[in-house]
Design a protein around this ligand. Structure first.
Ligand SMILES: [Ca+2]
Ligand SMILES: [Ca+2]
Ligand SMILES: [Ca+2]
Length: 319
């Protein structure tokens, strides 16, 4: 599907507005707001400047930009989603706008983290066995690939309902009704001698509310016209490993929430309706496990935020 001109123009104006008005940088670049190629160049430039200024690790990066967009351009977004959102409540429409914008900012931000002169591997996990243990079934997937990537991550763990569908309530009391088919079906690995970026491809992601999910899938696949749409709309998220640490750039499921005196960490669970894209760093070790569906939109951590939910385990052998 080809992105509509209206979407192109809206996003172009959003992005120009966001990065100029946020005060992160003042750019002298001439930008044609109708041209996606020019926008991509412009945004990459802005992100590079943020990184150079040390703002890349701000845990509120995506949230701040998202809220700024919603505050200033909510009406334009309303007009964009209106044809698809007739059956949604006003609250769901607000959620939808937040989800779409935060996903888009996060997407562009993640694209800036590629090792220079990277070698590339494409790995597709294959199911090899199911094991029953303690009344639960564990599916094991295997992805053999000889390589010399510097920080191999072998274990990727996804909650089963995200693949097989299901309904329920998560440990924080959020309800979900998801149709599944959101399998981690491909991992694209970009690496050089000192760092590696894992780009995780899921067939889809499911908002816990099916009505909202249907509209969300449709709009994402208009927005990202190159993505696989056989089971909804493909979701792509990435992490980076270097200097002995795993970096979750806008893909961390935990974020700090601060009151007047203290901050505390919020560990978001699977069915959190509007997840906050956190920024986080965890230690790398060879047997580390990455929980790729701590939230339904595939925010992650090396810590499981849904220990009560059944999992599927993917094992990658990197040779
Ligand atoms: Ca789905
Ligand atoms: Ca979906
Ligand atoms: Ca996602």
């Amino acid at each position: 599907m080809v992105m509509s001109l209206r979407w192109s123009r809206l996003l172009a104006s959003l992005l120009v507005f966001v990065f100029v008005s946020s005060g992160f940088v003042s750019s002298g670049l001439g930008v044609n707001p109708d041209g996606w190629a020019a926008i991509d160049v412009f945004v990459r430039y802005q992100i590079d400047m943020n990184k150079a200024k040390g703002l890349a690790g701000n845990p509120y990066f995506v949230d701040k930009l998202t809220n700024l967009v919603l505050q200033k351009l909510g009406k334009e977004l309303d007009a964009e989603i209106a044809p698809y959102a007739k059956n949604l409540t006003p609250e769901q429409k607000e959620q939808l706008k937040y989800l779409l914008v935060s996903d888009y900012v996060s997407h562009l931000y993640q694209k800036s983290f590629y090792p220079k002169n990277a070698k590339v591997l494409v790995v597709k996990p294959i199911k090899v066995t199911s094991v029953k243990k303690g009344g639960k079934i564990y599916d094991y997937y295997y992805a053999p690939m000889g390589s010399s990537i510097p920080y191999p991550i072998h274990w990727w763990v996804q909650v089963r309902v995200d693949i097989n569908r299901g309904t329920g309530t998560d440990s924080r009391g959020y309800q979900y009704n998801v149709d599944g088919h959101n399998d981690l079906f491909k991992i694209v690995v970009y690496y050089d001698s000192t760092s590696v970026k894992y780009e995780l491809h899921f067939y889809d992601e499911d908002h816990p509310n099916p009505s909202l999910d249907a509209v969300y899938d449709t709009l994402r696949c208009i927005l990202y016209s190159e993505r696989d749409n056989r089971y909804g709309c493909e979701d792509i998220e990435s992490i980076e490993v270097k200097d002995g640490s795993i970096i979750f750039p806008t893909t961390f499921s935990t974020y700090p929430e601060c009151g007047y005196l203290f901050c505390h960490e919020v560990s978001q669970t699977y069915a959190t309706p509007s997840p906050t894209h956190g920024y986080g760093i965890e230690s790398y070790y060879p047997s580390v496990e990455v929980y790729v569906s701590n939230t339904w939109n595939h925010l992650m951590d090396t810590v499981d935020t849904n220990p009560d939910m059944v999992k599927v385990w993917y094992y990658c052998s990197w040779g």
